[in-house]
Design a protein around this ligand. Structure first.
Ligand code: UN1
Length: 509
């Protein structure tokens, strides 16, 4: 299967990971092996960018920007529309490659490509709606308005867990906004980035769009640093750990560049005594074990009202006993592998910390061995009773580990939900209107995403995506997230025959 997919995307065993549109550079940096967590096999080796090649890419991107920003926005939207059509054609192949290289279930691999298609559609519409306001001037014979201009080069640093969708949220909005983008994908998923470049390059060529509008720079940590230090790159949009985000924010901030940060989450669902517990169960289990707990929006904590605590945890334990763990390309499996051996080690370290800090397991974890689990990356989703204050609970463990805790009053539940450093996604399961509204109010959840009667993960592209506190504060994807990709200009135009000063100031010559 994998050989067919590699052939489909014209990916060779030793493949360059550096491109300016359809032009592939040699890749003079280090070789990066892509190993599938599904079976532990080497899929292909990717040649990464040297510093000189990076500079070449930036050079071409700058030239391309000079041309691209002059394209009318709806015409840029037309290019994105064609990209969406191409993604529809390649959905199966790209979804499978995502599933095999990253390890998420095939359904989720297809879902990820669907997110890309959706953001293309969204961006096409947006291309005719890059609205500014008009204002009424305080001076007669004057007109005031603001308008949005293309910003320039946008660096996109993406994570392994959504190897293609999060890039597309950033890239498709950048494109309609008249920006050009330089993508630094995760070192763990270089092949999916190459596949995306192969899908897009022919569309650029057929429409005489300069190749530098869509660039790819595979590389290690230093490639991300090149982007964040580079004054030629006014905006860097990065997804990853809080640790990475703090460093990146300091570097980009030091040069007064702009950053969109989408960092760690520590997402909780409050299960009220007024919840429909069967409905709640689906949201909680999918949220905790989907993508093997490796979404920024994965459910990490359940805050359960004490009167339903026993009943609900029993349901959870029963559901966990039915989970099938195995090859994610087999649609009968619920849970695939973690991304790599380092992630498995972190999972084991977290389990040890839970025990040390006094947590009690309701469902035990462990690394799976034997036929089908040869990669060593398959782990058991587990559930632990643990207090919110434990250091391990305050920390985002990027694995299928779920903490459960009790509460008495809704105010206490909200305080627990907010009582972590991160602020990405949150949810309440309740049929009680007053509780739901309180949760969504200024006294409620402090997260960027707050849901009622759905889980914490699986956000639609139409909403702005991102979170507060250590999640970084950035917003991507829907709503008016596009504004961050443009520069705003306020214009005042005097069509009178005198030049009155603002604030009534008199200055006669
Ligand atoms: C992420 O984990 O970085 O809400 C993005 C979701 C997806 C995106 C998650 N639409 O689960």
């Amino acid at each position: 299967m994998i050989n067919d997919i590699l052939a489909h995307f014209q990916i060779s065993a030793s493949q360059s990971g550096v491109a300016i549109g359809g032009h592939w550079l040699k890749g003079e940096g280090a070789a990066l092996p892509s190993i599938s967590p599904v079976d532990g096999k080497l899929i292909a080796t990717v040649q990464t960018a040297s510093r000189a090649e990076y500079d070449q890419v930036i050079d071409k991107a700058q030239t391309a920007f000079g041309e691209w920003r002059q394209w009318p926005a709806p015409k840029r939207g037309e290019i994105v529309r064609q990209i969406g059509d191409a993604l529809r054609q390649h959905k199966k192949a790209l979804g499978k490659l995502v599933s095999y290289e990253m390890g998420k279930s095939l359904q989720e691999g297809y879902g990820e490509v669907q997110e890309m298609i959706d953001i293309c559609d969204f961006a096409v519409g947006q291309s005719r709606q890059l609205y500014g306001y008009t204002m009424h001037s305080e001076r007669p014979g004057h007109r005031m308005y603001d308008q949005y201009h293309p910003l320039g080069l946008v660096g996109i640093i993406s994570a392994f867990n959504f190897p293609v969708a999060v890039w597309s949220w950033n890239a498709m909005l950048s494109l309609v906004c008249g920006d050009v983008c330089i993508w630094k994908p995760s070192e763990k998923t270089p092949l999916t980035s190459i596949a995306c470049q192969q899908i897009i390059a022919p569309i650029l060529k057929a429409n005489a769009v300069p190749g530098g509008v869509v660039c790819l720079v595979n590389g290690g940590r230093e490639a991300g640093e090149w982007l964040s230090q580079d004054t030629r790159v006014p905006l860097v949009s990065a997804t990853g750990s809080t640790r990475m985000g703090k460093q990146l924010a300091a570097t980009v901030g030091a040069r007064l560049g702009k950053a969109i940060l989408e960092l760690g989450g520590n997402n909780a669902i409050i299960i009220s005594q007024h919840a429909n517990l069967d409905m709640a169960l689906i949201g909680c289990v999918f949220g905790a074990v989907g993508t093997a707990g490796q979404r920024c929006t994965s459910t990490r904590r359940l805050i359960i009202q004490e009167s339903v605590y026993e009943a609900f945890t029993q349901k959870l334990v029963k559901a966990y006993q039915q989970l099938r763990i195995g090859n994610p390309l087999d649609e009968n499996q619920h849970v695939g592998p973690l991304i790599d051996a380092a992630a498995v080690q972190q999972y084991q370290d977290s389990i040890a910390a839970i025990r040390d800090q006094g947590g009690r397991f309701l469902v035990e974890g462990g690394v799976l061995e034997g036929p089908g689990y040869e990669s060593g990356c398959y782990v058991k989703p587990c559930i632990a009773e643990a207090g919110n204050h434990l250091p391990i609970v305050q920390h985002e463990s990027f694995a299928p580990i779920l903490y459960v805790m009790r509460y008495q009053t809704i105010e206490e539940a909200i305080a627990l939900q907010n009582g972590v450093p991160q602020g990405l996604s949150s949810a309440i399961m309740t049929q009680d209107l007053r509780e739901a509204e309180l949760f969504l109010s200024a006294n409620g959840s402090d997260c960027g995403i707050a849901n009622v009667n759905i889980g914490t993960s699986g956000a639609e592209i139409g909403g702005a995506f991102g979170g507060e506190k250590e999640t970084g504060g950035g917003r991507e994807s829907g709503s008016d997230a596009w504004r961050a990709y443009m520069r705003r200009q306020t214009n005042t135009l005097n069509y009178s025959t005198s030049l009155p000063l603002a604030q009534g100031i008199k200055f006669d010559l």
